[in-house]
Design a protein around this ligand. Structure first.
Ligand code: NAD
Length: 494
């Protein structure tokens, strides 16, 4: 089947109305959950094959993340799909005002290789929940995970409504020639621009989950021992190949010295004398990324780590000190186990540094000083902020996850994922009663000053009055009236 045939098939399936049925969606989501429960060992094996990901990282960051995200979606689905009845204005007091939750249609989901299962399948679950048909294109850069998705999904999900295609740049370009109703892409800004251009040709709405250099500011009020552990975990998990990994640290020279001292102890405790022997460290995904990363270390001021093995695609957890903004490591997102530290004297300098660069996907602040934290939050822009921890905000399902500007557009996770794949279709319902028509007739020609004055009065936005209080006002009115009537009645009897 050509891509055109696959996409056409999905459009036909969507037009059949099958996925609009909420029971059908629920059945598919339950089937996806069963897939995770029955195949989690294969999932962990695929992740180990692609990235030498340790079982603990595989389960916490991907498999169990997917299961919990899905359980939350299944649990809330009936609530999320409900047609909303938003607040009405005085003019629409007698009308029906609704927001229908409409699926877009046929959605293309393109995953990334660093969390190759989670980043492909979490958006798929949200798209299914919202009632779409889905074409999944996992990243070819993580071949074992891509193969797992391609072979396993058809065994669990409806084959007319959900399809998987595999491939790289050539196949992606071909796919982008097809007409989709929504495109959800996770990956680099470079390819994000290509996707966005393809979307604009067809005016296809899209979400771009991109990356960038996520700054991490530490001040001297922070608990350096705890901060160091949290930052190192966020940086070296998945060998730094995490879109929201702290990309670089901004701190004073005094904090830099304390951080490096502490980091030496922590890394030794976690990975032993020779981190290469540790089973807990992932490997770099391929030679191309290994070469790119090894070039960033050459000539830099290495305080910790720096060891590399090209055959094993191994790079030790590496910390660079006294890094300058002009150094190679500060030119692009690092996306590997290298953590540069740059010196700033205070929060103002950190803000200046951050604002001189692209808006990041994440930002980290380690500080006990609430005033300085607020100062940084209020004066910078980024996808999301995590204070005194690393990566933690990603796992809060009530928080939208996504970038801003160069780090992405749109968001997902929890209800935000459902909303991303849902068109909110508004609807006004009027009936044919005589009073309503009498009121509406003032909008018809012939126009007059009297009609204009009436319309201006009715349409005027009143801050102090909300129609939602009308029932209470009426009830209060009825209450007062009946009290008065009872009073009159009893006085009459007396
Ligand atoms: P990438 O954008 O280089 O590649 C993604 C996919 O695009 C590839 O799998 C390939 O199929 C396709 N592609 C490559 N070149 C293409 C071309 N010329 N035309 C059409 N398609 C093409 O991204 P990557 O290396 O897989 O991911 C790394 C980036 O992704 C980092 O910047 C990282 O921060 C970001 N990322 C973001 C998130 C997030 O949730 N925001 C998650 C993971 C990764």
């Amino acid at each position: 089947m050509s891509f055109a045939d696959v996409v056409q098939h999905l459009h036909t399936a969507f037009n059949s109305g099958k996925t609009r049925n909420v029971d059908f969606r629920e059945k598919q989501l339950n089937s996806l959950l069963r897939m995770y429960e029955e195949t989690h060992i294969e999932m962990a094996r695929a992740l180990a094959s692609d990235l030498r990901k340790h079982k603990q990282e595989a389960y916490v960051m991907e498999i169990e993340f997917l299961m919990n995200d899905l359980r939350n979606t299944i649990f809330n689905l009936r609530e999320w799909v409900k047609t909303e009845k938003p607040e009405k204005t005085l003019v629409n007091m007698m009308d029906g005002v609704f927001i229908y939750k409409d699926p877009y249609g046929v959605v293309l989901v393109m995953g990334a290789w660093n969390y190759p299962l989670q980043l492909s399948l979490a958006p798929v679950a949200a798209a299914i929940a919202a009632g779409n048909c889905v074409l999944i294109k996992p990243s070819e850069v993580a071949p074992a995970s891509s193969k797992f998705i391609a072979e396993t999904i058809p065994k669990y999900l409806d084959r007319d409504c959900y399809r998987v295609v595999e491939g790289g740049a050539k196949e992606t370009s071909e796919l982008l020639q097809q007409k989709f109703d929504y495109i959800f892409y996770t990956g680099s800004g470079r390819v994000g621009r290509i996707i966005h251009k393809a979307c604009s040709a067809n005016l296809t709405p899209c979400t771009l989950e991109l990356g960038g250099k996520s700054p991490c500011y530490i001040d001297k009020t922070a608990d350096i021992a705890i901060s160091t552990k949290r930052i190192l975990w966020g940086k070296f998990i998945n060998a730094g190949q995490t879109c929201i990994a702290p990309d670089y640290i901004l701190c004073s020279r005094e904090v830099q010295d304390q951080f490096v001292k502490e980091a030496k102890l922590v890394l030794k405790e976690w990975y032993g004398e020779n981190p290469k022997q540790s089973p807990d460290l992932c490997r770099i995904i391929n030679q191309q990324h290994f070469q790119r990363l090894s070039n960033l270390i050459k000539g830099a001021n290495v305080a910790i780590g720096g060891d590399m093995d090209s055959e094993d695609k191994y790079i030790a957890p590496t910390i660079l000190t006294d890094v300058k903004p002009s150094d190679p490591v500060m030119q692009d997102e690092i996306f590997g186990p290298i953590l540069p530290i740059l010196i700033v004297e205070n929060a103002y300098e950190a803000i200046k540094f951050i604002n001189a660069r692209d808006k990041a996907l994440a930002m980290y602040i380690f500080s006990k000083n609430a005033k300085d934290r607020e100062l940084i939050i209020a004066n910078t822009s980024c996808g999301g902020i995590c204070i005194n921890d690393a990566l933690g905000h990603f796992a809060v399902e009530s928080l939208p996850f996504g970038g801003v500007g160069p780090s992405g557009m749109g968001s997902y996770h929890g209800k935000y994922g459902f909303d991303t794949f849902t068109h909110k279709k508004s609807c006004l319902l009027k009936d044919f009663n005589a009073l309503g028509e009498k009121l509406a007739s003032s909008r018809y020609p012939p126009y007059s000053d009297g009609k204009l004055s009436f319309l201006s009065t009715v349409l005027k936005k009143r801050q102090s009055f909300s129609i939602k209080f009308l029932p209470y006002i009426l009830m209060f009115g009825i209450g007062v009236a009946s009290t008065l009537m009872v009073k009159c009645f009893s006085e009459e009897r007396v």
